[in-house]
Design a protein around this ligand. Structure first.
Ligand code: MN
Length: 213
């Protein structure tokens, strides 16, 4: 079976400056994200060993570690592509992201309402977490989720399409304790083309989530 691998960044360490410093991007990708990749692979090995030996004393910790590291790997993999040095602004039909813009307006009432909710959700995380825009396949609406750590407080089946890392490692070297300033600055680097592609892909996959046969 395949194992998890650290993806290459789609840009230089300096591509998102001044919103995010090169030092943060390098540490965040090369050290923090890499640790989640290693953690997910190590946990799979430990689970295989538990099965081989039929030793289940550590099962609760291993299942938590798998959820934590795998979710950390997935969210960071999305995060890098959600950002661009040429990003920012509002999603607009003239940029080919009209379906996403319409879905945001329908799901949240307005772009301003959506932006305020995601900003608040990310900036008020208690401890470590994320603010996430997700596609919810049962109703086909977009929702905001305030994720605890990497894996808590989400709706099963929802698909993250825009993620704001609100862990201190994402901003502290540059923004110190001003988490809200970091989250507000994040809007300057949102890559709406990437978010729109993820939205289209999530909609296509939605019919695989059957609540009833
Ligand atoms: Mn992070």
């Amino acid at each position: 079976m395949a194992t998890y691998t650290l993806p290459e960044l789609p840009y230089d360490y300096s591509a998102l400056a001044p919103v995010i410093s090169p030092e943060i991007i390098e540490l965040h990708h090369d050290k923090h994200h890499a640790a989640y990749v290693k953690g997910a692979n190590d946990t799979l090995e430990q689970l295989a060993e538990a099965r081989d030996k039929e030793q289940w004393g550590g099962i609760n910790g291993l299942q938590k570690n798998l959820a934590f590291h795998l979710s950390g790997h997935i969210l960071h993999s999305i995060y890098w592509h959600n950002m661009s040095g040429d990003g920012g602004g509002e999603p607009d039909a003239k940029d080919g992201v009209g379906e996403l813009a319409d879905a945001i307006a329908e799901s949240f009432g307005s772009y301003a309402g959506f932006k305020a909710q995601l900003t608040k959700a990310a900036a008020t995380t208690q401890g470590s977490g994320w603010g996430v825009l997700a596609y919810e396949p049962v109703t086909g609406r977009l929702i905001v989720e305030q994720v605890y750590d990497h894996q808590g407080n989400i709706g099963q089946g929802s698909v993250p399409i825009l993620v704001f890392d609100a862990w201190e490692h994402a901003f502290y070297l540059q923004y110190k304790n001003q988490k809200v300033d970091f989250i507000e600055a994040m809007w300057q680097v949102v890559n709406w083309q990437d978010v729109a592609q993820r939205f289209a892909s999530a909609k296509q996959r939605a019919n695989t989530l059957l609540l009833a046969p």
